[in-house]
Unconditional design. Structure first.
Length: 183
């Protein structure tokens, strides 16, 4: 009997001669006690479109069971005409899922052109050799960034610092403050 639903399908080509296709499906049944989950091919030969159709089945419980959705896993090793397989469609009672073969083998999260880099970072363009942080101030600034601690030109016609001559702008920015004043 078909299982209630199928959630995920995983495909892998096994390294053997001739190559074989491993199909693993995760699904759910409507109660506890289901046994012998299998993926059964709906066709003896691969169809011309290259999609292998399989049915997700299991033996229902014989005795008393709890009516609760229960996870179940079924698998199949397909040996015929693996080179022509484009994808696999797994059919359950309420839903069917089609999983296509990955053209390049393993799935990655790399963008186009990132395959050749040796190490991966989250640095922006121009930050690759910034040297990291040293103390509170960066050693090297990248394109478009400015040093927040750089001396700003004094406004026109101002002769004295607004907070007195002993006021240090950098120290004021770096020194921690509490809500009750300076520490």
């Amino acid at each position: 009997m078909r299982v209630f639903s199928v959630k995920t399908v995983k495909l892998a080509i096994l390294k053997s001669n001739p190559p074989m296709l491993s199909i693993v499906a995760h699904g759910q049944v409507t109660s506890t006690g289901w046994r012998n989950p299998n993926l059964v091919p709906l066709e003896k030969k691969l169809s011309p479109d290259g999609i292998l159709d399989v049915e997700f089945v299991a033996d229902p419980p014989k005795g008393i069971s709890l009516p609760v959705l229960t996870d179940i896993v079924g698998d199949l090793i397909w040996e015929g005409d693996v080179d022509r397989v484009v994808g696999v469609r797994v059919v359950a009672k309420t839903i069917d899922i089609t999983e296509l073969m990955s053209p390049a083998g393993d799935v990655t999260t790399l963008a186009l052109g990132e395959e050749s880099f040796g190490s991966f970072t989250t640095l922006a363009l121009g930050e690759e050799d910034s040297g990291g942080l040293t103390g509170p101030i960066l050693e090297k600034w990248t394109i478009g960034e400015t040093n927040p601690f750089a001396d700003v030109q004094k406004p026109f016609m101002r002769e004295k610092e607004p907070f007195g001559e002993d006021f240090n702008r950098i120290e004021a920015l770096v020194r921690p403050r509490s809500p009750f004043g300076r520490r």
